[in-house]
Design a protein around this ligand. Sequence first.
Ligand SMILES: [Zn+2]
Length: 321
Amino acid sequence: MSTRPLASVSVDLDNLWAYLKTHGDPAWRDHPSYLDTAVPRLLEVLDGRRLTFFVVGADAVREDGAKAVAAIAAAGHEVANHSFGHEPWLHRYSRDRLEEELSRTEEAITAAGVPRPTGFRGPGYSVTRDLVELLAERGYAYDASTLPTWIGPLARAYHNRTVRAGAGGEGLGELFGGFSRVLAPVHAYRWRTCGSSALVELPVTTMPLLRTPIHGSYLLQLHEASPRLARAYFRTALRLCRARGVAPSLLLHPTDVLGGAEAPGMEFFPGMAAPGTRKVAWLDWVLAALREYFDVVGTGEYVRRSDVRRTRPVTRLDGGR
Ligand SMILES: [Zn+2]
């Protein structure tokens, strides 16, 4: 048995329509999809590893989405819940609507022949008390929605500046996480909820101390600026994680393997000028580097195997209400 510490990798299976929707592009209503291209490529890059895919319910109910969900599970990966409608302002939903988002996606995933999900990640990096309570009630083992970084507020400012009128999320204070996220823990912890169940929170890892992002899309942007810088930056992050006992949770997206022509309408999105082959080669390097320092598993397996479930729960929920 290896004695190396654990790291987790997950993919948020955000589809083309979801990006167009958040961007305020009315073309989203036809639900354009790139899953037929993205999913086989992701499965190839991630081959041999059992990781986690957070799936959007509105995709899983469609034929190509259900096919993708089944293929992901058949390759040995965990399928988790990434909401139904993928609206980054999920924290503004009523408790009933939030529950519907969870249950409709659970139904779509099980209808595709895959076990009921036990992990959730919201689309806007926000957590509310309602969400934590609902997940605990519904038997979830973990939430993975938080991103403890100061880039969150910057991303929000960028979104508010570039989004078209009528997208529905303009000016929302909690979109992409508030400033309080900067002080949120980087490591996994437990929420104290009314029930006996203890929901684990597994934040998307940011660079220890600096709190700058280290997720796939951010690394890709650095790589486009300077491959040498990107490699040094990621290795520094991995060494800092090892030194400080942080188990990195690396977040990937389909756009990390797709070229611009494969995601028409997403020219506004950073990194879309890079060809898919270059992105795949870079992601291969990132995953190989991660494996030099850690044993790499999915987020659900990480929560099961780590000692986070024996830690003292935290009470404070500062998300949204
Ligand atoms: Zn997403």
